[in-house]
Design a protein around this ligand. Structure first.
Ligand SMILES: [Zn+2]
Length: 292
């Protein structure tokens, strides 16, 4: 009975994990509902990912438990054949755990190294070419001298005292947009930071790097990048209105030759949701210190 229960505990969660790996890419990559409800779609992806991983972990723990039961039983009954089964199962489980641990650790270190390098590059750019600095809603905003029309968000480190989230906006972008559109860009980047999108994207990248042969993790990485952009667009549009965000996306997409941004602008124009939160226009740069 113990062995049967153990086999069920190994098989069922593993079957669930496999079902998530196969079904999620098929069910969550179809239909226009993903573009209307990107938050729901990303949430379902996260549920599929985390419950699938939990299923695989449960299966692993059950295999360890079954091996321990078989070892204890074989020792008590002095049954050599059970002992062989237990030892084989134990070695298989330990080998799988070792391989998984090495792969996850190696890929995590590689991704962390790439992120540190990118962060250092942006920090250097901010320090050497920052021409205006301000703080808005707890976020440090820096305009960086550059002809490109780009903006990006840098999450603050939780353990670092006084290290707040940062948004970098190129001067080329600031010159190309009107005040409302520029505010929409900053709100878009702040939404990425507030909703922990960098962390979600890191998990999706790590998942895809650890299991490169399965379609599910690759799809999750691909769609996560798109969905977080739509979610941030919607967050900005709730404050500035769809048309303002669409105008900013059109300008950036045209200047940078980014067709995906033009499609995101079309999505917002097609919806034309009226601005929900009205109020006095707040300047993007609350207080600036040229050259600081
Ligand atoms: Zn974005």
């Amino acid at each position: 009975m113990d062995v049967l229960a153990g086999l069920l505990l190994i098989g069922l969660p593993l079957a669930y994990a496999a079902a998530m790996a196969v079904l999620a890419p098929r069910l969550l990559t179809r239909g226009v509902w993903r573009f209307d409800r990107p938050g729901l779609c990303l949430g379902l992806w996260q549920v599929a990912l985390h419950t699938g991983l939990a299923g695989a972990a449960t299966s692993f723990v059950a295999a360890m438990w079954l091996a321990a039961v078989l070892v204890a039983r074989s020792t008590a009954e002095r049954a050599g054949w059970v002992s062989v089964q237990a030892v084989v199962l134990l070695w298989v489980v330990l080998a799988v755990a070792g391989v998984v641990g090495v792969v996850v650790t190696t890929q995590y270190r590689r991704l962390a190294r790439d992120e540190r390098r990118a962060r250092r590059g942006l920090s250097t750019l901010e320090a050497e070419h920052g021409i205006h600095r301000a703080v808005a809603d707890g976020t440090s905003i820096t305009v960086v001298e550059s002809p490109r029309a780009v903006a990006c968000a840098l999450p603050g480190r939780a353990r670092a005292v006084g290290c707040r989230h940062r948004v970098l906006v190129s001067s080329g972008l600031a010159r190309s947009l009107d005040a409302g559109e520029l505010r929409a860009v900053v709100l878009h980047e702040q939404a990425h930071l507030r909703l922990h999108h960098p962390l979600l994207l890191r998990l999706a990248r790590l998942n895809a790097a650890c299991v490169p042969l399965l379609p599910g993790p690759r799809e999750l990485e691909r769609v996560s990048g798109m969905l977080v952009e739509l979610i941030a667009d919607d967050a900005a549009a709730r404050h500035c209105g769809d048309l303002t965000v669409a105008g900013a996306l059109t300008t950036i997409g045209s200047l940078e030759g980014d067709a995906a941004m033009l499609l995101r602008a079309e999505r917002l124009r097609a919806r034309r949701r009226p601005r929900v939160r009205r109020g006095p226009a707040r300047p993007v740069v609350v207080a600036s210190a040229p050259g600081a």
